[in-house]
Design a protein around this ligand. Structure first.
Ligand code: PSU
Ligand code: MN
Length: 293
């Protein structure tokens, strides 16, 4: 039987392990984890890192438990809602993506989760369908996810449409535009804009309670840290060519592209990624605190 480990109080903010294990270089992860925990606490909230440790779905992982996953490197499986249960059954360590993190956060009663960018519809869906389980998770788990939109390496316009089709509320925090990770404006729009965290927290509390489903809270990357669209486009094109040559597919695509972008950009995409995650954790913590008050 799978035994859950829930160590999260009423003012917790869920954080995910896939971002730490597969989204940033291993050398960066422990410091980023420590920093995100500190940001939560500084806002008066409680960090709750989510992952699977030796088959136990865990909400509120310790630094030591994260180290166990990091020791295993990128061979740690990525868990979404589909393979989460099997990995627990096998007693494996696993890094949870947005969908699996939402699933476990919801089970532990955690209503706010901060990450970098959501997964979504990959490019080229006309001949090859690759849609992240992240999108469907919003129709099932009552968690508000603070993210800087969806990752720019996706088909952002189609992902926005898919959220619409699924009936997922997409809220802009101090923006009318749907952000795309490294840039603030994808050309798509949000359903509604809130400029004040306390008012947003009131809406979220009521909406999660009313629907039992999730909400996307879009917090764009700070203006001064936004990447140049043309430069990013060139790095992405090269990373995509390399992914194709290397035959990368399925769950390997996102980590491969992120990793190559970090290298090709001389660390610029990594720096932008870190900036926006910190900012999303800060907002998530403020929301969790207001929602609890
Ligand atoms: N945000 C980041 N870096 C990441 C991710 C999010 O800043 O690495 C992860 C999330 O865990 C998300 C996953 O769920 O990428 C999407 O993977 P896929 O495209 O295979 O569904
Ligand atoms: Mn996929």
């Amino acid at each position: 039987m799978t035994t859950h480990v829930f160590r999260a109080g009423p003012c917790a903010v869920a954080l995910e392990t896939t971002l730490l294990v597969h989204g940033v270089p291993a050398s960066t992860a422990p410091a980023l984890d420590a920093e995100l925990r500190a940001i939560c606490r500084a806002e008066g909230a409680e960090p709750a890192l989510v992952g699977v440790v030796g088959g136990a779905p865990t909400v509120g992982m310790t630094e030591r438990e994260l180290a166990l996953l990091l020791e295993q490197g990128t061979s740690v499986p990525k868990a979404n809602s589909a393979n989460l249960g099997v990995l627990c059954h096998w007693g494996s360590h696993a890094a949870t993506t947005v969908s699996a993190t939402m699933e476990l956060a919801a089970a532990a009663g955690v209503r706010v989760f901060s990450t970098g960018g959501l997964g979504g519809v990959h490019k080229g869906y006309g001949c090859h369908l690759d849609v992240s389980a992240d999108l469907g998770a919003f129709t099932r788990f009552p968690v508000a996810v603070v993210a800087s939109g969806v990752k720019s390496l996706l088909d952002v316009a189609s992902t926005r449409e898919a959220l619409e089709s699924l009936g997922v509320p997409v809220i802009g925090y101090r923006t009318d535009a749907f952000p795309s990770f490294y840039t603030r404006d994808s050309g798509q729009s949000v359903d509604a804009r809130f400029d004040d965290a306390e008012t947003l927290a009131k809406y979220l509390r009521a909406e999660l309670e009313r629907t039992g489903r999730g909400v996307v809270v879009c917090n764009p990357i700070p203006e001064e840290d936004e990447l140049d669209t043309a430069l990013f486009g060139a790095w992405l094109e090269q990373a995509e060519d390399e992914a194709e040559d290397a035959g990368v597919s399925g769950r390997g695509v996102t980590p491969f592209l992120l990793g190559r972008l970090h290298e090709l950009s001389g660390g610029k995409t990594l720096e932008a990624n870190l900036v926006l995650v910190r900012s999303n954790v800060r907002l998530g913590a403020a929301l969790a605190k207001s929602m609890h008050a």
